[in-house]
Design a protein around this ligand. Structure first.
Ligand code: ZN
Length: 315
């Protein structure tokens, strides 16, 4: 650990945050008939409406309905839907997702950047950011063969800074044997975070399995945040959950900043209920729990949840 960490404050913290428990209790099924999901302040900053497997519904409208049902069942007040680096029959374009979610105030859209077609797509990305309907941009290094520091990406970082939205970046495991995982190492985010100090970056999956590399990038750079999505396929299995609880607790303790992490699931790749149970097992202060579940996402993505939170606190 570097010398600088010696003067970081390390306040006493309760083993379990009472408010975090309250939020989780309110959010977990079985939901009562009059369950009010908006009372539980949880923002899922990382979901998809892609049809990853044939068991998911064939139409975008059906998958939208499924995501809304999942949010209602688990008390997720708001979610961001990330589009892909590719457009196929199973991976709808950002424009199609925007059209499908028109009028749904509980879902925001993050535009997947297609590096292979970046020059052609840039005018449309600018137009979508101008409309304020796109809350962030998403890069998929590893899935697409580029380095984050490649000069071709500079317009993306400048565009995000101009419209004050973050750039989400896939970091860590790419699952697919045909992809280059080295390109998705979290230390690569440090290079662009230093070069583009006016741009906010979100390391998706906090670099899993390189969580401590991500921890250093989070701690050092004021313009870098992390989401904890996509650690597992489906539900957490007990041994893997124990492993990841330990690794994430280590990251949280090392970073020691309640403003850095955001709750995300990667639904439908990971299950929301299982993910909330996982979060309930973390060793977080009340401030860290609030930050993780909603406060940091509201700030980083510029979402207005003040009224909803005041209602929840008063109830
Ligand atoms: Zn994802």
């Amino acid at each position: 650990m570097c010398e600088a960490s010696a003067y970081r404050a390390d306040p006493p913290r309760p083993a379990v945050s009472p408010k975090l428990c309250w939020l989780l209790v309110r959010s977990l099924p079985p939901a009562a008939a009059n369950h009010q999901p908006a009372e539980a302040v949880i923002i899922d900053c990382h979901t998809h409406l892609n049809r990853y497997t044939p068991d998911l519904p064939a139409t975008l409208a059906e998958r939208h309905a499924l995501l809304r049902a999942e949010m209602d069942a688990h008390g997720v007040a708001y979610a961001l839907v990330l589009t892909s680096y590719d457009v196929t029959p199973d991976r709808p374009s950002t424009r199609d997702v925007l059209a499908a979610l028109e009028g749904d105030g509980r879902l925001g859209v993050v535009a997947g950047v297609r590096h292979a077609q970046l020059d052609a797509d840039l005018p449309e990305l600018r137009e979508m950011l101008q409309s304020r309907r796109v809350k962030a941009l998403k890069l998929y290094p590893g899935y697409e063969p580029f380095r984050l520091t490649d000069a071709s990406l500079r317009p993306v970082y400048h565009l995000a800074a101009e419209f004050a939205v973050p750039v989400m970046i896939h970091t860590g495991d790419t699952y697919d044997p045909g992809t280059h995982v080295r390109l998705a190492h979290p230390l690569d985010v440090d290079d662009v975070a230093v070069e583009h100090r006016d741009t906010r970056f979100v390391m998706c999956h906090v670099g899993n399995p390189w969580l401590m590399d991500a921890a250093e990038v989070l701690y050092k750079n004021p313009n870098v945040f992390g989401d904890i999505s996509g650690f597992t396929l489906g539900e957490f299995q007990p041994r893997f959950e124990r492993l990841m609880v330990g690794k994430l607790n280590e990251l949280v303790a090392w970073v020691n900043d309640p403003g850095k992490l955001m709750f995300g699931t990667d639904w439908p790749i990971s299950g929301v209920r299982s993910y909330l149970e996982f979060v309930g097992k973390l060793d977080l202060t009340e401030e860290e729990g609030d930050g993780l579940l909603w406060r940091n996402a509201a700030r980083v993505f510029g979402l207005d949840f003040k009224m909803r939170v005041e209602t929840a606190d008063g109830g």
